[in-house]
Design a protein around this ligand. Structure first.
Ligand code: FPP
Length: 243
């Protein structure tokens, strides 16, 4: 196996840059988010084709409630309409949807739509798509700790991990942020302990197959050591080739 054939099992993305994409075109910010949905659809297909098994995206953060009311309600409507339009074709392509985040605070209609989409795709196995909505990394760690405390269970790394909202998938291997900013903005704080980071200059609506491939190629060239030395990692790799 060559280094360039290594495909990450789990890719996580902060889809940043919708607002700037719209501003550059003198369009309302919501037009950028709409184009963001198109970009997400393209990215899901590309991930399936490249053998990625889990894709986790940040669609609405716990802090996004602080945006202008018009943008918040626009994002809620966009989610509702995207669900109605996209779920049948995503399901036909073998995508299993999970919505990760706090359901409290969402309207009954939006919450019911999320539950329905999860149910309708529960049998699919080709790609898990986690859409983080009303999500924050600190929220996740706090809710996991609170659940353990309420059950009177000891808090260990393993028990806390099992109580987090993404316990149904392995941790992300590759964490991408588009839009040219270098921060993680409260996304996957617990889960990205050993993720490889890639910061793309593309605004999210412009993040196409070539931009994804640039991130995957960069990932394939990394040596992941998980706290070990380079010599140890190479020894394990050599023994795997011999076996
Ligand atoms: C960040 O760009 C993006 C968001 C807050 C929303 C992300 C949502 C989508 C890509 C659409 C998919 C969403 C749903 C509802 C399924 P920004 O607005 O912060 O961009 P800026 O940094 O250029 O202002």
């Amino acid at each position: 196996m060559t280094a360039s054939s290594v495909v990450p099992h789990h890719v996580a993305i902060v889809m940043d840059g919708n607002g700037r994409w719209a501003n550059k075109r003198f369009l309302p910010r919501l037009a950028g988010h709409k184009q963001g949905v198109e970009s997400l659809r393209r990215c899901v297909r590309a991930c399936i084709q490249r053998g990625v098994k889990v894709l986790t995206v940040f669609a609405f953060s716990s802090e996004n409630w602080n945006r202008p009311a018009e943008e918040v309600s626009g994002l809620m409507s966009l989610l509702a309409s995207a669900l109605g339009r996209e779920v049948p074709s995503l399901s036909a392509e073998g995508v299993r949807l999970y919505f990760v985040g706090e359901r409290q605070g969402l309207s009954d209609k939006v919450a019911a739509g999320l539950a329905q989409a999860e149910q309708a795709t529960a049998h699919n196995e080709r790609l898990v798509l986690n859409v983080c909505f009303n999500y924050g990394g600190r929220w996740d760690i706090a809710q996991a700790a609170a659940r353990l405390a309420a059950r009177g269970e000891p808090i260990t790394e393993a028990s806390l991990h099992a109580a987090t909202a993404l316990a149904h998938v392995p941790d992300p291997d590759l964490f991408i942020r588009t839009g040219g900013e270098y921060r993680i903005s409260n996304f996957l704080l617990w889960q990205s302990a050993y993720a490889e980071f890639f910061f793309s200059p593309s605004l999210w609506p412009d993040f196409d197959e070539a931009a994804l491939d640039a991130a995957l190629q960069d990932y394939a060239s990394r040596e992941r050591r998980f706290g070990q030395t380079s010599a140890q990692v190479q020894q394990v790799a050599a023994s795997q080739v011999r076996a």
